[in-house]
Design a protein around this ligand. Structure first.
Ligand code: NDP
Length: 252
């Protein structure tokens, strides 16, 4: 009985940024756990297209910074998969640079993608959950939302993730009595295009590794298992929590 609580049979999940990285790992695991999963992103990757060969998966394209996208992707989930029980607000971007040189366009891109979009998507998703009197929302934050991580130079990103964590706590407070749990996951340094693409270099990787007591990066699949717990009935008494999964980075 207890183990079955980790399954998602009969549930429908919407995973933003489900086409690659952490979101893709979450989409895969949720499908394996029995859920139907709607994936979103700007580009349909081969991996997401492959998953869509199974009728457990759907794809809806959308740029989450477009104000029309949040309501549209929620409606697409309801129309095509018949319900919305779980939202994973995962889509996000990173950018770094000196605070005094961080221009308005970059600030807007970070804020729009990492905070305003998850706010709008959760606002749309909560409506069918309120009607049902049940639901689980998981916002992918970051340890950067809790501490000034090394290497530094990510003020806008860190602030956007702090906003996501606080949105999580206050939404959890508001909806706890109405059957909707709201939690956040705060990953440390996880291997993905975000960390191994543009912003990373050898120094950056070395500094992260040296500051992570486990001495290694996390894998997207290790974030997905945390997400599964938080979105499943196994976490039925967990709401307003920010679960850290960082190899011990924030212990010191
Ligand atoms: P990736 O860069 O691999 O993936 C980012 C995802 O977000 C992609 O699916 C991308 O879709 C989507 N996305 C970005 N911008 C938009 C947009 N405007 N509209 C729609 N979708 C968008 O990063 P990760 O998998 O590493 O990151 C996932 C989440 O985890 C992010 O919120 C990130 O901040 C967070 N995180 C990651 C950490 C890490 O070390 N990797 C650490 C802590 C938190 P598309 O491909 O279509 O652009």
């Amino acid at each position: 009985m207890a183990l079955e609580q980790f399954r998602l049979d009969g549930k429908v999940a919407l995973v933003t940024g489900g086409n690659r990285g952490i979101g893709l790992a979450i989409a895969k695991l949720f499908g394996e756990a029995g859920a139907k999963v709607m994936m979103t992103g700007r580009t349909l990757t081969d991996a997401a297209e492959d998953l869509c060969k199974s009728e457990s998966y759907g794809w809806v394209q959308g740029d989450v910074t477009d104000p029309a996208t949040p309501a549209r992707i929620v409606q697409a989930t309801l129309d095509r998969l018949g319900a919305l029980d779980i939202l994973v607000n995962n889509a996000g971007i990173a950018d770094h640079g000196n605070f005094h040189e961080f221009g308005d366009d970059r600030l807007a891109a970070i804020t729009d993608t990492n905070f305003i979009a998850p706010f709008r998507i959760a606002r749309s998703a909560v409506m069918p959950m309120l009607e049902k009197g049940a639901g689980a929302i998981l916002n992918i934050g970051s340890i950067s939302g809790e501490v000034a991580n090394k290497p530094q130079l990510q003020v806008a990103y860190n602030a956007s993730k702090a906003a996501v964590h606080q949105m999580t706590r206050v939404m959890a407070f508001e909806y706890a009595s109405r059957g909707i749990r709201v939690n956040a996951l705060a990953p440390g340094y996880v291997v993905s295009d975000m960390t191994q693409g543009g912003i990373a270099n050898e120094d950056w990787n070395r500094i992260w590794t040296e500051n992570t007591p486990m001495g290694r990066f996390g894998q997207p699949e290790e974030m997905a298992t945390c997400a599964l717990f938080l979105c499943s009935d196994a976490a039925s008494y967990v709401t307003g929590s920010v679960l850290t999964a960082d190899g011990g980075y924030t212990t010191h």
